[in-house]
Design a protein around this ligand. Structure first.
Ligand code: ADP
Length: 459
């Protein structure tokens, strides 16, 4: 049950005030009795000393049994009776005794109910006048009027007690309500904490599983690397032999060959190169996916790299015989790069330009826009449909165009190029118009010796 907090405070106050006031009254009575030997004169004090503690004890007992209102009513009534007894017995004009009612007015407002303060005041005022006039039938009017001051003082006290008791109750209940909410929140927090502990335990077990999976993945990666190395060696060696022997034979090094034989041998060479290219792409992609793709960074001469890429691509046999145009800057900026990998990226773009351009031009642009250097490969080929522009950088994504279909590829060239350039702290972009041509751009940061930038920072 949600017991009002102000009631609890009333109980606490009563438990302290009832014995305290009783003790004070008892001590005063004992003193009075001790200094006035005549029993007849001090009989009200005898009553206070003997009966008041008994009624107070009973009231206190009721408080302990949680009957706070009854207890306080009993205490206030008995106190008023004893006070009136004293007043009736020893009434002199200007006596301070009527002011003592104020104490009980305040106590009643705090411990019973705010309204009771006014009731206690009314009853006490009425009884005061009655008792004084009954006990002193010859009392003068003037003497009776002197009671007006304590009655008025008590009235203001009752009003003040009434108002402040209401305020006090309201404040106490508000605080209690806040306290209740805090308790609820605290309980919620406890629940959340328990849930967190539970989730933590789950997390720990998940972590252990992840750790197991990680070890398994590392083991698997080692097996795959060994397999890749084996495949690379086992396939590349015979392929190289095929290409080289075909080359030697086609040049008549082992006896004369006719035109038709030269043609066949050249085709064998081209197919071998093509297979080697595809094999290299697959191995690169496998390395990228395994996170084992490392660059050998060094201060690189970009001009040299571009020229080497052009030379390499021109050496490859494409159906068309387009010459590569160049559009170079006056000053070549220094770049921190892996020359072989950068060259591979440019070769991929130039190779694609050849593959997808049957007539027109292919141009290699190099443009410096601090802090970047842009390497662009432009062609006047078949172009790329807009909906494919983003997706061509995804692995194995090839466009199902009739012209493109005739060019054999793995669909790995662009994803590898993208990865290579991003490893250099750069990015790749493309603009293209279907049927008009494409413009691929590799942008890499220019090396800045002052900043001493590392590739890690550039990313
Ligand atoms: P592929 O080995 O098929 O060339 P890439 O990853 O290099 O694989 O290219 C993916 C696809 O992007 C190609 O299949 C082709 O359709 C398109 N593509 C790439 N470069 C060009 C280009 N210069 N002109 C037109 N299409 C291109």
């Amino acid at each position: 049950m949600n017991r009002p907090y102000s009631r609890e405070l009333s109980a606490d106050t009563s438990t302290i005030l009832i014995p305290l006031i009783t003790l004070v009254a008892f001590v005063i009575s004992i003193f009075y009795i001790a200094f006035n030997s005549e029993f007849v004169q001090s009989w009200p004090y005898w009553l206070i000393a003997l009966i008041y503690p008994l009624t107070s004890y009973y009231a206190w007992h009721l408080v302990r049994k949680d009957q706070i209102e009854r207890a306080n009513l009993l205490f206030i009534v008995s106190s008023l009776i004893f006070l009136l007894l004293l007043i009736s017995d020893k009434w002199v004009m200007g006596s301070p005794l009527p002011y003592v009612f104020g104490v009980f007015i305040i106590i009643s407002s705090m411990t019973i109910h705010p309204n009771v303060s006014l009731l206690v005041w009314g009853v006490s005022a009425g009884l005061l006048v009655l008792v004084v006039s009954l006990a002193n039938p010859t009392i003068s009017r003037e003497s009776l009027f002197s009671l007006i001051t304590p009655i008025l003082v008590n009235f203001f006290l009752a009003i003040a007690a009434y108002l402040s008791a209401y305020e006090w109750r309201f404040a106490v209940e508000s605080i209690n309500e806040l306290h209740r909410k805090v308790r609820i929140r605290r309980n919620e927090l406890f629940t959340i904490q328990e849930e967190l502990q539970y989730k933590n335990a789950i997390l720990q077990s998940l972590n252990q599983e992840i750790e197991k999976a990680r070890s398994a993945a590392i083991e698997e990666r080692d097996i795959r690397t060994r397999f890749m190395n084996m495949v690379s060696h086992e396939l590349r060696t015979p392929l190289n032999s095929i290409v080289n022997f075909a080359h030697i034979l086609s040049h008549g090094a082992r006896g004369p060959v006719n035109e038709e034989q030269v043609d066949y041998l050249t085709r064998i060479q081209h197919s071998g190169w093509h297979l080697l290219g595809m094999l290299n792409d697959l191995l690169d992609m496998a390395q990228i996916q395994a996170g084992e793709f490392d660059l050998q960074l060094e201060l690189t001469d970009l001009h040299e790299v571009c020229e080497a890429a052009i030379k390499h691509t021109s050496g490859l046999q494409f159906e068309n015989k387009l010459a590569i145009q160049t559009n170079y800057p006056k000053m070549w900026p220094p770049v921190m790069a892996d020359p072989m990998r950068l060259q591979q990226a440019i070769i991929n773009l130039l190779g694609n330009a050849y593959k997808y351009t049957s007539e027109g031009y292919i141009c290699l642009h190099v443009r410096v826009v601090e802090p970047w250097v842009h390497i662009g490969v432009e062609d006047s080929g078949i172009g790329i449909p807009p909906e494919h522009l983003e997706r061509i950088f995804e692995e194995f994504h090839q466009i199902n165009q009739s012209v493109a279909r005739r060019r054999v590829g793995t669909g790995l060239g662009l994803p590898i190029t993208k990865h290579l350039i991003e490893q250099h702290g750069g990015r790749i972009s493309v603009k293209s118009q279907l049927g008009k041509g494409s413009f691929f751009t590799l942008s890499i940061p220019i090396w800045n010796p002052n900043k001493n930038e590392t590739i890690e920072k550039l990313r």
